[in-house]
Design a protein around this ligand. Structure first.
Ligand code: NAI
Length: 256
């Protein structure tokens, strides 16, 4: 028996990275997963691999309200219900606040903050209609602390925690629990953009990233996306049935 048997969970940004691992783990635990992303090719391939009884890919730009409505309609068309949402999609831009162009700031807000808001607004009523369920938002350790050069990102990740707390209070009586994961550095394209660059020296860039976090993180290494997926599973399953409105830091002790 899986921890998510019979449930359908929509995961944004699930074509790669942490969202992909969440989709894989949730499917292994019996869930039907809706893989929602702007990366059509990778998302389609993942859905195909997991099988059409288990997974559906939908094109979703989280900043677009119409995309959310279409994604929910497709999910209900395929699986009949939605019991859970993981607001995982996100983007990172590096800049000092005083040199951040307005357009860049707004772009990060649109994806990380407006995207999470639209996800909650569009999917929560479906979860209520299914009899209750869960929402997991993806914040960050920069949702709890300041860090140079990630002003727009940190602002949105703080906002995600605000959304989490308000949604938890508003939706509790309707049977929806809302929590947030706050990862430290996780080994994905976001922490190592060179991984997506075919011309980059992959071994050197991986060693640079690994070397940095060996020193910075008390547990001596960068996190694995599978480890964040395990936390998201806990928050989506009944194992966390009395927990709502909380941020969960998963950072190898970085913030300790
Ligand atoms: P990633 O860059 O590999 O994955 C992000 C995913 O979001 C990609 O599949 C991407 O296509 C998708 N995405 C981006 N913009 C989108 C949009 N407008 N609509 C729909 N999908 C979109 O990075 P990772 O690490 O898997 O990121 C997942 C989440 O974890 C993000 O919210 C990120 O901010 C957060 N996070 C990541 C950390 C890290 O060190 N990698 C640390 C803390 C938080």
């Amino acid at each position: 028996m899986g921890k998510l048997d019979g449930r359908t969970v929509l995961i944004s940004g699930a074509a790669r990275g942490q969202g992909e691992q969440e989709a894989r783990l949730f499917a292994a635990e019996g869930a039907r997963v809706v893989i929602a992303d702007v990366l059509d090719e990778q998302g389609e391939a993942l859905a195909k691999e997991l099988g059409e009884e288990t997974a559906l890919f939908v094109h979703l730009d989280v900043s677009q309200e119409a995309d959310w409505q279409a994604a929910v309609a497709a999910a209900k068309g395929a699986f009949g219900r939605i019991d859970g949402l993981v607001n995982n999609a996100g983007i990172l831009r590096f800049n000092e606040l005083v040199t951040t162009p307005l357009e860049e700031f707004q772009q990060v807000v649109q994806v990380n903050q407006v995207g999470a808001f639209l996800g909650i607004r569009t999917v929560a009523p479906e979860i209520v209609a299914a009899g209750g369920g869960t929402i997991v938002n993806t914040s960050s350790y920069t949702g709890l602390t300041g860090m140079a050069f990630v002003g727009a990102y940190a602002a949105t990740k703080h906002a995600v925690l605000g959304l989490t707390k308000v949604a938890a209070v508003e939706l509790a009586a309707k049977g929806v629990r809302v929590n947030a994961v706050c990862p430290g550095a996780v080994d994905t394209a976001m922490s190592n953009p060179a991984a997506l660059d075919p011309d980059a020296d992959q071994a050197a860039s991986k060693e640079a990233v690994d070397g940095l976090y060996r020193k910075l993180v008390p547990l001596g290494r960068i996190g694995r996306p599978e480890e964040v997926a395990a936390l998201a599973l806990f928050l989506t399953s009944d194992d966390s049935s009395y927990i709502t409105g909380q941020p969960f830091v998963i950072d190898g002790g970085w913030l300790a």
